[in-house]
Write a protein that binds this ligand. Structure first.
Ligand code: COA
Length: 186
C-alpha cells in the first residue's frame, strides 16, 4: 500500500472525530480565507501579515495562493480546524532552505494533536524539497515554541523588533530543523 503521506493525506482521530490532514487546493479557497482571516483577527501578533491587508482581497486571491503555495489543512466534517504552510526560498544560493509559515489551529481544536500533525505534514513535504526548514515565532508564544522544539526545531537566534505595528514591537525567535533525506519516512 502507498503510505498515505505520499499521496498527500493522512487521517488522525481527534476527540473521536476523524480529521484529514491534506494539502489544500484552490477549491478550498473559501474555507481557507475564513480560517486565515480568523487567525489574523484573533492572534495578529503571531503573523507578519494583517487582517487589513488580506480581508480586502477577493476569493480568487486566496485560490491563487493555494495554487502556487503549499498549504496543509486539518479538515473535519468539511471544516478546517487548522492550517500550516511551506515555501522553498527563491534563488540558487538559498533554494536548499525552506520555511514553515501561517501556522494556526482554531481555539476549540487546540491541545489535541492537530498542530503537531500539521507541522509533521510540512516536515514530511519539506524533506523532499529542501535541506533545512526554518521558521520564526514571536517571543512569548510558548505553545508554538514548545511544539516546534518537540519536533526537532532548534533556536538559532532572535530578531529584535522583527514585527512592528502602531508603534508596538515584537521580537521573533528564529528556529530551524535540518532535514535528512535518509530519514524520509519520518
Ligand atoms: C501553537 C498552536 C499551533 C498549537 O496547536 P495545537 O493543535 O494546540 O498543538 P498540539 O495539540 O498538537 O500540541 C503539540 C505540542 O505543542 C505544545 N503545546 C500546545 N499547546 C500548548 C499550550 N497551551 N501550552 C504549552 N505547550 C503547548 C506542547 O508541547 C504539545 O505537546 P504535548 O501535547 O505533548 O504537551 C496553536 O496554539 C495556535 O494556533 N496558536 C495560535 C497561532 C500561533 O501561535 N501560531 C504559531 C505562529 S509561529
Amino acid at each position: 500500500m502507498i503510505p498515505p503521506q505520499q499521496i498527500g493525506w493522512s487521517w488522525i482521530e481527534v476527540a473521536g472525530a476523524e480529521v484529514q490532514i491534506r494539502r489544500l487546493l484552490p477549491a478550498d479557497a473559501a474555507l481557507y480565507r475564513e480560517i486565515r482571516l480568523e487567525a489574523l483577527t484573533l492572534v495578529p501578533e503571531a503573523f507578519s501579515s494583517t487582517f487589513a491587508a488580506e480581508s480586502v482581497e477577493p476569493l480568487s486571491w486566496f485560490a491563487a495562493r493555494l495554487d502556487r503555495a503549499v498549504v496543509f489543512g486539518a479538515v473535519a466534517d468539511g471544516d478546517l480546524l487548522g492550517i500550516a504552510g511551506f515555501f522553498a526560498k527563491q534563488g540558487r544560493k538559498e533554494a536548499h532552505k525552506g520555511a514553515l509559515w501561517g501556522m494556526y489551529v482554531r481555539p476549540n481544536a487546540r491541545q489535541r494533536g492537530v498542530g503537531r500533525r500539521l507541522v509533521e505534514a510540512v516536515i514530511y513535504h519539506a524533506r523532499r524539497h529542501v535541506e533545512l526548514l526554518q521558521l520564526s515565532v514571536v517571543s512569548g508564544n510558548e505553545p508554538a515554541r514548545r511544539l516546534y522544539a518537540e519536533l526537532g526545531f532548534v533556536e538559532y537566534g532572535i530578531e529584535k523588533n522583527a514585527l512592528q505595528e502602531d508603534g508596538r514591537y515584537w521580537d521573533e525567535i528564529l528556529m530551524a530543523k535540518p532535514l535528512s533525506p535518509d530519514e524520509i519516512t519520518r
